[in-house]
Ligand binder design. Structure first.
Ligand code: NYM
Ligand code: MG
Length: 218
Protein backbone atom coordinates (compact mmCIF):
# COMPACT_ATOMS: atom_id res chain seq x y z
CA UNK A 1 0.00 0.00 0.00
CA UNK A 2 0.95 3.60 -0.64
CA UNK A 3 2.23 5.15 2.56
CA UNK A 4 0.93 8.57 3.55
CA UNK A 5 3.10 11.65 3.11
CA UNK A 6 4.36 13.82 5.92
CA UNK A 7 3.91 17.52 5.10
CA UNK A 8 5.18 20.18 7.48
CA UNK A 9 4.42 23.89 7.81
CA UNK A 10 7.11 25.89 9.58
CA UNK A 11 7.51 29.59 10.13
CA UNK A 12 7.51 32.48 12.51
CA UNK A 13 4.53 33.27 14.71
CA UNK A 14 1.60 34.80 12.81
CA UNK A 15 2.65 33.89 9.29
CA UNK A 16 -0.46 31.79 8.65
CA UNK A 17 0.79 28.27 9.41
CA UNK A 18 -2.34 27.23 11.25
CA UNK A 19 -4.64 28.71 8.59
CA UNK A 20 -2.74 27.00 5.79
CA UNK A 21 -2.51 23.67 7.66
CA UNK A 22 -6.28 23.68 8.05
CA UNK A 23 -6.89 24.54 4.39
CA UNK A 24 -4.53 21.76 3.31
CA UNK A 25 -6.15 19.31 5.71
CA UNK A 26 -9.56 20.02 4.16
CA UNK A 27 -8.14 19.42 0.70
CA UNK A 28 -6.57 16.11 1.66
CA UNK A 29 -9.51 14.80 3.70
CA UNK A 30 -10.66 12.17 4.47
CA UNK A 31 -7.23 10.66 4.03
CA UNK A 32 -5.35 13.08 6.30
CA UNK A 33 -4.75 14.09 9.90
CA UNK A 34 -3.41 17.36 11.32
CA UNK A 35 -1.00 17.42 14.25
CA UNK A 36 0.07 20.70 15.78
CA UNK A 37 3.22 21.18 17.88
CA UNK A 38 3.43 21.86 20.71
CA UNK A 39 0.69 19.27 21.27
CA UNK A 40 -0.66 20.93 24.40
CA UNK A 41 -3.12 18.19 25.40
CA UNK A 42 -0.50 15.73 26.71
CA UNK A 43 1.14 15.79 30.17
CA UNK A 44 4.33 17.26 28.75
CA UNK A 45 2.28 19.58 26.54
CA UNK A 46 0.53 21.00 29.60
CA UNK A 47 3.87 22.08 31.09
CA UNK A 48 4.88 23.64 27.77
CA UNK A 49 1.55 25.46 27.58
CA UNK A 50 2.07 26.88 31.05
CA UNK A 51 5.64 27.92 30.20
CA UNK A 52 4.45 29.79 27.09
CA UNK A 53 1.54 31.54 28.77
CA UNK A 54 2.87 32.25 32.25
CA UNK A 55 5.97 34.41 32.04
CA UNK A 56 6.56 34.03 35.78
CA UNK A 57 6.94 30.24 35.35
CA UNK A 58 10.67 29.77 34.83
CA UNK A 59 12.46 26.64 33.64
CA UNK A 60 16.06 26.24 32.46
CA UNK A 61 16.31 26.74 28.67
CA UNK A 62 17.80 23.26 28.30
CA UNK A 63 14.85 21.68 30.12
CA UNK A 64 12.33 23.58 28.01
CA UNK A 65 14.11 22.49 24.86
CA UNK A 66 14.00 18.85 25.92
CA UNK A 67 10.31 19.13 26.82
CA UNK A 68 9.46 20.40 23.31
CA UNK A 69 11.45 17.50 21.85
CA UNK A 70 9.87 14.98 24.23
CA UNK A 71 6.47 16.30 23.16
CA UNK A 72 7.37 15.31 19.56
CA UNK A 73 8.55 11.88 20.71
CA UNK A 74 5.22 11.41 22.52
CA UNK A 75 3.53 11.65 19.11
CA UNK A 76 6.20 9.95 16.95
CA UNK A 77 4.75 6.44 17.03
CA UNK A 78 1.28 7.72 16.12
CA UNK A 79 2.70 9.72 13.19
CA UNK A 80 4.53 6.61 11.94
CA UNK A 81 1.45 4.41 12.25
CA UNK A 82 -0.72 6.93 10.40
CA UNK A 83 1.79 7.19 7.55
CA UNK A 84 2.20 3.42 7.30
CA UNK A 85 -1.56 2.91 7.16
CA UNK A 86 -1.73 5.32 4.21
CA UNK A 87 -2.91 8.50 5.95
CA UNK A 88 -1.26 11.82 5.09
CA UNK A 89 -0.08 13.74 8.14
CA UNK A 90 0.03 17.54 8.09
CA UNK A 91 2.23 19.07 10.78
CA UNK A 92 1.93 22.61 12.11
CA UNK A 93 5.50 23.17 13.46
CA UNK A 94 8.01 20.42 14.29
CA UNK A 95 11.78 19.91 14.59
CA UNK A 96 12.86 23.13 12.84
CA UNK A 97 10.83 25.29 15.25
CA UNK A 98 12.34 23.33 18.12
CA UNK A 99 15.88 24.16 17.09
CA UNK A 100 15.28 27.69 15.79
CA UNK A 101 13.46 29.03 18.88
CA UNK A 102 15.88 27.43 21.34
CA UNK A 103 19.05 28.40 19.46
CA UNK A 104 17.76 31.97 19.14
CA UNK A 105 18.11 32.29 22.92
CA UNK A 106 21.91 32.01 22.64
CA UNK A 107 22.14 30.19 25.93
CA UNK A 108 25.69 29.27 26.88
CA UNK A 109 26.74 25.82 25.54
CA UNK A 110 23.33 25.30 23.93
CA UNK A 111 24.16 25.77 20.27
CA UNK A 112 22.31 24.40 17.22
CA UNK A 113 24.22 21.11 17.30
CA UNK A 114 23.18 20.59 20.91
CA UNK A 115 19.60 21.53 20.08
CA UNK A 116 19.38 19.14 17.13
CA UNK A 117 20.48 16.06 19.02
CA UNK A 118 17.29 15.04 20.89
CA UNK A 119 15.22 15.14 17.68
CA UNK A 120 17.51 12.76 15.78
CA UNK A 121 15.52 9.69 14.79
CA UNK A 122 12.12 11.41 14.44
CA UNK A 123 10.20 10.87 11.16
CA UNK A 124 11.36 13.42 8.58
CA UNK A 125 8.79 15.25 6.44
CA UNK A 126 8.53 14.47 2.72
CA UNK A 127 7.90 18.17 2.20
CA UNK A 128 8.49 21.19 4.43
CA UNK A 129 6.95 24.55 3.61
CA UNK A 130 8.53 27.48 5.41
CA UNK A 131 6.19 30.47 5.56
CA UNK A 132 8.13 33.68 5.90
CA UNK A 133 7.22 37.33 5.69
CA UNK A 134 9.11 40.58 5.50
CA UNK A 135 6.17 42.56 6.75
CA UNK A 136 6.92 44.55 9.86
CA UNK A 137 3.15 45.01 10.16
CA UNK A 138 2.78 41.29 10.41
CA UNK A 139 4.05 41.49 13.94
CA UNK A 140 1.38 43.97 14.86
CA UNK A 141 -1.42 41.66 13.84
CA UNK A 142 -3.97 40.82 16.50
CA UNK A 143 -2.74 38.45 19.12
CA UNK A 144 0.97 39.00 18.63
CA UNK A 145 2.75 39.38 21.92
CA UNK A 146 0.42 37.27 24.02
CA UNK A 147 2.83 34.41 24.57
CA UNK A 148 6.50 34.09 25.39
CA UNK A 149 8.74 34.49 22.27
CA UNK A 150 6.22 36.77 20.50
CA UNK A 151 8.51 39.80 20.44
CA UNK A 152 9.63 41.26 17.15
CA UNK A 153 13.33 41.39 18.08
CA UNK A 154 13.35 37.75 19.14
CA UNK A 155 11.39 36.76 16.00
CA UNK A 156 14.07 38.32 13.80
CA UNK A 157 16.67 36.13 15.47
CA UNK A 158 14.40 33.07 15.13
CA UNK A 159 14.08 33.84 11.42
CA UNK A 160 17.87 33.90 11.09
CA UNK A 161 18.12 30.62 13.00
CA UNK A 162 15.53 28.92 10.80
CA UNK A 163 17.69 29.55 7.74
CA UNK A 164 20.70 28.02 9.50
CA UNK A 165 18.68 25.03 10.71
CA UNK A 166 17.44 24.32 7.19
CA UNK A 167 21.06 24.33 5.99
CA UNK A 168 22.23 22.13 8.86
CA UNK A 169 19.47 19.58 8.27
CA UNK A 170 19.64 19.53 4.48
CA UNK A 171 19.75 15.96 3.29
CA UNK A 172 21.61 15.63 0.01
CA UNK A 173 20.54 11.99 -0.40
CA UNK A 174 17.23 13.16 -1.87
CA UNK A 175 16.81 14.21 -5.45
CA UNK A 176 13.79 16.33 -4.66
CA UNK A 177 14.10 19.49 -2.65
CA UNK A 178 12.48 18.76 0.71
CA UNK A 179 12.24 22.33 2.03
CA UNK A 180 10.51 25.18 0.18
CA UNK A 181 10.37 28.81 1.28
CA UNK A 182 7.12 30.69 0.65
CA UNK A 183 7.11 34.43 1.26
CA UNK A 184 3.58 35.42 2.23
CA UNK A 185 4.16 39.19 2.09
CA UNK A 186 1.33 40.84 0.19
CA UNK A 187 -0.38 37.53 -0.58
CA UNK A 188 -3.96 36.69 0.39
CA UNK A 189 -4.78 33.47 2.23
CA UNK A 190 -6.10 32.03 -1.06
CA UNK A 191 -2.97 33.01 -2.97
CA UNK A 192 -0.75 31.33 -0.39
CA UNK A 193 -3.02 28.26 -0.43
CA UNK A 194 -2.54 28.04 -4.21
CA UNK A 195 1.26 28.18 -3.92
CA UNK A 196 1.08 25.56 -1.17
CA UNK A 197 -1.11 23.23 -3.21
CA UNK A 198 1.22 23.48 -6.20
CA UNK A 199 3.99 22.20 -3.92
CA UNK A 200 1.92 19.53 -2.17
CA UNK A 201 0.03 18.06 -5.13
CA UNK A 202 2.97 16.30 -6.79
CA UNK A 203 4.10 14.94 -3.43
CA UNK A 204 0.72 13.41 -2.57
CA UNK A 205 -0.12 12.16 -6.07
CA UNK A 206 3.13 10.56 -7.16
CA UNK A 207 2.58 6.85 -7.69
CA UNK A 208 4.29 4.44 -5.35
CA UNK A 209 7.69 3.98 -6.74
CA UNK A 210 10.78 3.76 -4.59
CA UNK A 211 10.49 7.50 -3.79
CA UNK A 212 7.91 7.11 -1.04
CA UNK A 213 8.25 3.52 0.08
CA UNK A 214 10.47 4.04 3.11
CA UNK A 215 9.87 6.59 5.84
CA UNK A 216 12.55 9.26 6.15
CA UNK A 217 14.17 10.14 9.47
CA UNK A 218 16.10 13.05 10.92
N1 NYM B 1 8.03 26.45 19.91
C1 NYM B 1 7.35 25.49 19.24
C2 NYM B 1 9.28 26.21 20.44
O1 NYM B 1 9.89 27.08 21.06
N2 NYM B 1 9.83 24.98 20.28
C3 NYM B 1 9.20 23.97 19.61
O2 NYM B 1 9.74 22.86 19.49
C4 NYM B 1 7.90 24.23 19.06
C5 NYM B 1 7.16 23.15 18.33
O3 NYM B 1 6.14 27.49 20.77
N3 NYM B 1 6.19 30.72 19.70
C6 NYM B 1 7.39 27.75 20.17
C7 NYM B 1 7.08 28.56 18.96
C8 NYM B 1 5.84 29.35 19.34
C9 NYM B 1 5.28 28.61 20.54
O4 NYM B 1 3.62 27.66 19.10
C10 NYM B 1 3.86 28.13 20.37
P1 NYM B 1 2.29 28.11 18.33
O5 NYM B 1 2.46 27.55 16.94
O6 NYM B 1 2.26 29.61 18.36
O7 NYM B 1 1.17 27.47 19.09
MG1 MG C 1 2.23 31.49 18.39
Amino acid sequence: MNRGRLVLFEGLDRTGKTTQSNILLERLKPNATLIKFPERSTEIGAVIDRYLKDKTFELPDQAVHLLFSANRWEMAERIKQLLLQGTHVVLDRYVYSGVAYSAAKHTDRMDRTWCLQPDRGLPRPDLTIFLTSDDAENELRAGFGEERYEKSEFQQEVKRQFVEVFKALEDSSHEEKLVHVVNVTGKSVEEVAKVVWDLVEPVVTLPTDSTYSELLYF
